[in-house]
Design a protein around this ligand. Structure first.
Ligand code: 48H
Length: 252
């Protein structure tokens, strides 16, 4: 016989166990788009305790829809990162193409298999700062924020925080407003108009630490540093995720 309250008990007990087990982590990644998922996989493969906080219920960010809703993505460099996750990539002249749904599913699955934990439906609304260094994230259920309820958030300690929130660069925005950034201008420059070639190159170049303990990857890196968007070509996101993982590894 199935007891209804057994189901309640199992869900609450299991989530609380996992949540309590992740109050002190090595790396908090904010956003489960392609850059965040890639960073999570490489860091978890190196044995780091990694949690991705994703405000939506479904991880994957802007990759599910490919380009104009056709589930196809284009890659110029970095297709091997998808192939390592088991995605079928097809070479077309100087490009590679892959299915966007397969790409999200396998990037997510490989990050989880490597040991990364995903907390979905959970938004990062602030960071913790001690001695001039970001040392954790402040989280709340997205449903609470969406409903506009005045409910205070809680905190998670992390040795490094990665902003992988895409175009909005939400975590860098919070830090910029409260402290300024340690970038050359100290502020968010804002994303520029579409230019795939430059945008792809700059995404990787712009990846890095923007305030002690806070790193930026993916589309957020171009938003912070004032570089172009690039449309549905995703190699820069993957290479940026790998680069930020390597940079964080060096510091941990
Ligand atoms: C928790 C949050 C919060 C928050 C946001 O947009 P993404 O897919 O990000 P990237 O950088 O990995 O990939 C960008 C790519 O998808 C893209 O948009 C491209 C290539 N555009 C080119 C163009 O020209 O338009 O994922 C970001 C994720 C999303 O899932 C958000 O829900 C999540 O971050 N997120 N999660 N707390 N405060 N803010």
């Amino acid at each position: 016989m199935i007891r209804d309250i057994d189901i309640t008990c199992l869900i609450v007990e299991e989530f609380n166990r996992e949540f309590l087990d992740n109050l002190q982590i090595d790396v908090a990644i904010v956003g489960a788009g392609p850059s965040g998922l890639t960073a999570a996989r490489y860091l978890a493969e190196k044995g780091k305790k990694v949690v991705i906080f994703e405000r939506k219920i479904s991880p994957g960010g802007g990759m599910w829809g490919g380009g104009i809703g056709y589930p196809v993505i284009v890659i110029k460099q970095g297709h091997e990162i998808l192939e390592e996750a088991g995605v079928k990539c097809i070479k077309k002249d100087e490009y590679w193409i892959a299915n966007s749904v397969e790409s999200v599913a396998k990037l997510l699955s490989s990050a989880i298999d490597a040991g990364a934990r995903v907390f979905n439906g959970m938004s990062v609304e602030d960071v913790m700062v001690r001695d001039g260094r970001v040392c954790g994230v402040v989280i709340n259920w997205s449903a609470i924020l969406t409903a506009g309820l005045h409910v205070d958030p809680v905190s998670i300690e992390a040795k490094a925080v990665i902003d992988a929130t895409g175009h909005d660069c939400n975590i860098v925005k919070v830090v910029e407003k409260k402290y300024g950034l340690s970038t050359p201008t100290g502020k968010i420059e804002g994303e520029k108009a579409m230019w795939a070639d430059e945008g792809e190159r700059k995404t990787v170049e712009n990846t890095g630490e923007v305030f002690p303990g806070l790193y930026v990857t993916g589309m957020a890196a171009n938003a912070v540093h004032g570089s172009p968007r690039m449309g549905p070509i995703f190699g820069g996101m993957l290479l940026s995720g790998k680069k930020v993982a390597e940079m964080v590894m060096e510091k941990l």
